[in-house]
Structures are given as C-alpha cells and as structure tokens.
Design a protein around this ligand. Structure first.
Ligand code: C2E
Ligand code: CA
Ligand code: CA
Ligand code: CA
Length: 279
C-alpha cells in the first residue's frame, strides 16, 4: 500500500464512517439500556437562601454506559429526544425518583419535594398527567412532594394539549418549575397563561453574579418579578459562599449548586442530609 500515492476509498473517511456508526451504535445501546434499566439517578439538594434549611432535591439522570461508565444527560438526552426515546427514559426517572423519595421519608428524612426534568415532547405527545397520577398512586408519593421542571420553550410553543396537561398536573397538586429561566425567550407573556410555581434562574446569570453588575441587575429583576407574580425563585449553579450571600441579599428563595453539594447517588442522600443538618 505504501507505493500508492493515495487510497482509492479515501472519501469514506474513517472519521465520518465511525461517527455515523457510533451514532447508530449509541442508539442501539440506549435502547438496550431502556429495556434493562441501565440508568441511575443522582440527586442534588436545594436549600433556602435565608436559613440554609433543606428545601428539596432535583433528580438528574445518568446513563450506565457499558464502555464509558456513567454518562451525563448532556451527552444522550438530545439523541434520545431525536429518536423518540426520551419519554421512556423520563417515565423511568419519574417512577424511580418518587420511589426513592418515599424511601428517604420512611427513614426519617424531612418530607421535602423531589423535582424531575421533563422534555417538551412529554407535554405534547404523551399522556403525562395521567401517567403522573398513576405513578403517584403506585408509589404513594403525595403530589405536593413532586415538582416537574420544564423549559421555557415548552411553554412558548404550547398548544391546547400542553395547557390541558399543565392544568391537570396542577389540579393534582404537582408544582411546575421553569428550568434555565432567562435563557430562552424575551416574551414573558407565557407566565400569565400557565400554572407555574417556580423560576429556576439559569446558572449563566449566577456564575459572575458577584463581579458583574449586569448579572446583578438581571437576577434582581427576575427575583422582583417573581415576587410580584408570587413565584418562588431557585438559583442554579451556586458555587461559592459569596454567591449565596448575594442571592440572600437580593431576596432569592432557594439555591442549588456545588457550593451546597454536587449531585450524589441515591444511597448517599440520607447521610448527606444528616451531616448537613448537624453542621
Ligand atoms: P439542568 O436541569 O439545568 O441541571 C443542572 C445541571 O447543572 C446538572 O448537570 C448539574 O449536575 C449541573 N450543576 C449543578 N450544580 C452545578 C454547579 O454549581 N456548577 C456547575 N458548573 N454545574 C452544576 P447534569 O446532571 O449533567 O444535567 C444536564 C442537563 O440534562 C440538565 O440540566 C437537564 O436539562 C437534563 N436532564 C437531567 N436529567 C434529566 C432527565 O431525567 N430527563 C430529561 N429530559 N432531562 C434531564
Ligand atoms: Ca433541571
Ligand atoms: Ca436548570
Ligand atoms: Ca441550566
């Protein structure tokens, strides 16, 4: 092969070929993992900015990849959404989170809510409200202890079906939080049309909060608006005591981030909670 100046099949570049087959391979692996429960949930605590009291947990899914170990949702949620697999994953997450939360309460943990993330597809192409009702009945989790996080784009492109689903969930007593608030859209009219309880202020506004006046102005405005609309605020990605102090001064209700704790496996939650409240 050395004496040939070029390879006749060079246009099948190895990079392209392996990328296409890697995607296919990933999809097959993902399907297998869905069939066999190859996921796990990590939980990240949320605390009140004023008192520091524990106020909830967010469930974050991880894929137990056969070769790569635990894989972040950033690396597979988009593929799962594109292939219509996300509903199956999110249903598993929902059931698992409800069950694990009930287990903690039974072992003496304060009954704080657990939040799950739901893709926009769930609100459009599936019977989310009745599936949630069934899972709550099956697991015994009170509806008030379940929060659902959804993105602004879910609400911006909402139709009658999305509205019905949200109202049915609200009627059951489930609370809704808007994830990554402030990154999606400039129109805030959707806040009027939908039953929303919480705004989760995106991490991008928190990172430089203590050094950047623009971020301070944005977070101040979000907190003030939320107060007038009687919505609670949760700051995401809080990584320092200085950020937490700034959020407390601005009147933000709750904080979540590495400064409080990183997401942790379910079996570490009780121990973390005990250490945290005796600190
Ligand atoms: P998200 O809902 O905004 O979740 C927060 C992400 O920020 C998590 O990444 C979390 O580990 C990370 N994080 C938490 N605190 C900090 C911090 O202080 N600093 C920094 N730099 N990062 C922090 P993760 O777990 O990789 O999740 C990524 C995204 O995947 C989530 O973003 C969410 O949109 C999506 N996701 C997670 N679980 C599910 C799920 O069960 N279903 C669906 N549909 N999407 C999910
Ligand atoms: Ca979230
Ligand atoms: Ca978020
Ligand atoms: Ca975010």
């Amino acid at each position: 092969a050395k004496e040939h100046g070029h390879q006749p099949f060079q246009f099948y570049t190895p990079a392209l070929e392996s990328r296409a087959s890697r995607m296919l391979n990933q999809e097959q692996l993902l399907r297998q993992s869905i069939a066999h429960g190859g996921f796990e949930l990590h939980y990240q605590p949320q605390v009140r900015c004023d008192t520091g009291a524990l106020s909830g947990f967010e469930a974050l899914v991880r894929w137990r990849h056969p070769q790569r170990g635990l894989v972040s949702p950033e690396e597979f949620v988009a593929l799962a959404e594109a292939r219509g697999l996300i509903t199956a994953i999110d249903r598993w997450v929902l059931r698992r989170a409800c069950r694990e939360a009930c287990g903690w309460y039974a072992q003496g943990m304060p009954r704080v809510p657990v939040a799950v993330n739901m893709s926009a597809q769930e609100f459009r192409h599936s019977d989310l409200a009745s599936d949630v009702a069934a899972v709550l009945a099956e697991t015994g989790l009170p509806a008030q202890l379940l929060h659902i996080e959804l993105t602004e784009s879910t609400l911006m492109h909402s139709d009658a079906q999305v509205q019905r689903t949200l109202h049915a969930l609200q009627q059951q007593g489930v609370e809704m939080a808007i994830d990554d608030f402030g990154t999606g859209y400039s129109s805030l009219a959707y806040l009027k049309r939908h039953p929303i309880h919480q705004l989760k202020i995106d991490r991008s506004f928190i990172t430089d909060l203590t050094e950047n006046d623009d971020d301070t102005a944005i977070v101040t405005a979000i907190v003030q608006m939320a107060k007038s609309l009687r919505l609670r605020t949760v700051a995401e990605g809080v990584e320092s005591a200085a950020q937490l102090a700034a959020l407390r001064a601005l009147g933000c209700d709750m904080a979540q981030g590495y400064h409080i704790a990183p997401p942790m496996p379910a079996d570490q939650v009780l121990q973390w909670q005990q250490d945290y409240c005796h600190k």
